[in-house]
Design a protein around this ligand. Structure first.
Ligand code: SF4
Ligand code: SF4
Length: 208
């Protein structure tokens, strides 16, 4: 029947409107900002940079534990080009203990960002994720919406608070990668030690 969908929608609206006087379940709105609905796990607003907390007492904790290695893949792939990265000249250990470059500058212009999440999908280091924070309005439409790396840095604990299922999966993957890298390093060290022993034995044999 023509208009059946509209009538069904109107009936649902009416059911919620009148029902809200009798049942809290039918109250589909809240009086924001006094009342707030907790963000859903699937909510996505703007990106943030994840850091692994090493020493929460240290004011530079966010910087020391930052997962980003300044590979600049996200900067290249961001469709509206609103990520600006400058790579360090020195290296520091990443989440797996491997020396890596890090960003001396990492800015995102959230007045341009379209929340597409492509930066998250292309990052090989689980270093950038989507935040659920949306109250970011400011009267400074230029500098106020250009977030720097310190403003973007949020701990892995925070990531767990907002996207628990996803963060648990990332932790498991990083732990597996770390175990694999450690096993590989151990095997390489064992092989090098065995080679050194056989060379020393051969040298001793020649000398005898
Ligand atoms: S969410 Fe999309 S637009 Fe925003 S910074 Fe990431 S890639 Fe760029
Ligand atoms: S956030 Fe990820 S993709 Fe972007 S520069 Fe850092 S490590 Fe590379």
């Amino acid at each position: 029947m023509l208009g059946e969908g509209i009538l069904k929608g109107m009936a649902e609206t009416a059911r919620n409107f009148f029902g809200s006087y009798f049942s809290a379940d039918r109250m589909t709105t809240v009086e924001y900002p006094e009342q707030r609905i907790a963000a859903y796990e699937a909510a996505r607003v703007f990106p943030f940079l994840v850091y692994d907390s090493k020493n929460p007492e240290d004011a530079a904790d966010w910087e020391a534990g930052m997962r980003c290695v300044a590979c600049q893949i996200c900067e290249k792939e961001c469709p509206p080009k609103c990520i600006y990265i400058e790579k360090s000249t020195d290296k520091k250990p990443d989440a797996l203990g491997k020396p890596q470059f890090y960003p001396t500058r990492f800015d995102i212009d959230i007045s341009v960002c379209m929340s597409c999440q492509i930066c998250v999908e292309v990052c090989p280091f689980e270093a950038i994720k989507m935040d659920t924070e949306f109250e970011l309005s400011t009267d400074d439409r230029f500098g106020g919406l250009l977030l720097d790396r310190k403003q973007l840095a949020k701990s892995n604990e925070y990531y767990h608070q907002i996207h628990l299922t996803e963060a648990n999966g990332v932790d498991a993957r990083l732990a597996a990668e770390k175990a694999k890298a450690e096993a590989k390093a151990k095997a390489a060290a064992g092989a090098a030690a065995a080679k050194a022993t056989s060379v020393a034995a051969a040298t001793a044999g020649e000398g005898a």
